[in-house]
Design a binder for this molecule. Structure first.
Ligand SMILES: [Zn+2]
Ligand SMILES: [Zn+2]
Length: 355
């Protein structure tokens, strides 16, 4: 069976396990009793769930192989030994000790990466994860590729190069699925006195609130003690998180829009997010309009096409004035779109999350 198909099946199996476990918990012990099990953005989050299997598997393998190659000067025998046994002194420790050490090191690095993703320069990549207004286990998978590559693949590669036993990484798969699903699940657990040590659903749900509440607190993925140590722990007693999302509220709700969101000018992103349904223009490098796509009947246009994505460029200023005297185009004037700006056609996006 092709490797990628195997990965997809493993992801599907974990998707089913998490759906059953966290749906049952959300019914029995909900943090938000009125929140539906299937949210408006669940379809989109399902796509994010399967991205690692489809996209990141080969990339992660390439990063790890490249790192090992550099580390061992291309010596195939040493690389093979490393892959099968890990590397002393860490691989010589009992597995439980390796597990704790891996957790302590990777969580520390991820704490600081996460904290930096909340700074303005990198925030838009991470805002995708924070944009849902309802949070449940599926949000655990919702990361912009840049965010995922830095937070997961880069850190994972580092851990491999430190020499942990390969069997440990196999053990980490269920742990990661279940723990990250659990902290995002719609479950009212606080972990009582252990809340200062381990991230709980309520701990992480506070992290998904606005920045004037817990949105710039609680960065740890597993070990909440890092937030205690670095002064970012936030779990006010007698209160539970209520509203989620991002302050700017300008993150598009469709997959392609989210991929390009970090590269869009703020005014364009806001317009995209607000309008929901946006006409799509396919431009050439010279600025000619080749095609207008998207279900834009509600905006006075009737052209539709299955074309998914669009490069719009500055020279479109004139065509758009006549072809699209509405929404995005009429209100942006010369602010316009630069050569790398993109918009997409929700109607032609099969996984647009607008169901
Ligand atoms: Zn965050
Ligand atoms: Zn989260």
């Amino acid at each position: 069976m092709p490797e990628i198909l195997q990965q997809v099946l493993v992801s599907a199996a974990w998707f089913a396990v998490c759906m059953i476990v966290f749906s049952v918990l959300a019914v029995l012990m909900p943090l938000h009793p009125r929140q539906p099990l299937w949210r408006r953005e669940s379809r989109l989050d399902t796509l994010y769930w399967f991205l690692p299997a489809i996209l990141y598997g080969p990339l992660g393998l390439a990063m790890a192989s490249g790192g090992l190659y550099l580390m061992h000067g291309g010596d195939q025998e040493r690389m093979a030994a490393f892959i099968s046994q890990g590397y002393p002194p860490i691989a010589g420790l009992p597995l439980w000790a390796q597990f704790l050490l891996l957790l302590a090191i990777s969580d520390f690095i991820q704490y600081w990466i996460h904290r930096n993703f909340h700074r303005s320069a990198f925030w838009k990549f991470h805002a995708i994860h924070h944009s849902p207004k309802e949070v449940d286990w599926m949000v655990a998978a919702r990361f912009h590729p840049v965010n995922f590559i830095v937070s997961s693949l880069f850190v994972g590669t580092l851990m491999i190069l430190l020499g942990f036993s390969p069997v440990l990484f196999a053990m980490m798969v269920p742990f990661n699925y279940l723990y990250s699903g659990m902290v995002h699940a719609n479950v009212n657990w606080t972990f009582g006195p252990l809340k200062y040590l381990f991230a709980s659903p309520v701990f992480h749900h506070w992290h998904h609130t606005m920045s004037d509440q817990g949105g710039n607190k609680n960065f740890a993925a597993t070990l909440a003690i890092y937030d205690v140590l670095f002064g970012t722990f936030y779990m006010p007693s007698g209160k539970l998180p209520e509203e989620y999302g991002v302050d700017s509220d300008d993150v598009p709700e469709d997959f392609v829009g989210q991929l390009f969101y970090p590269f869009l000018k703020p005014e364009v992103a806001a317009e995209l997010a607000e309008s929901g349904r946006v006409a799509t223009i396919v431009g050439t490098p010279t600025g000619d309009v080749v095609q207008v796509v998207g279900d834009v009947a509600d905006r006075g246009l009737e052209i539709a096409s299955p074309a998914p994505l669009i490069a719009v460029n500055r020279e479109l200023a004139e065509p758009r004035a006549t072809a699209l005297p509405v929404g995005l185009w009429s209100s942006n004037d010369d602010a316009g779109l630069d050569d790398t700006s993109t918009v997409n056609a929700p109607a032609s996006d099969p996984i647009g999350g607008r169901g």
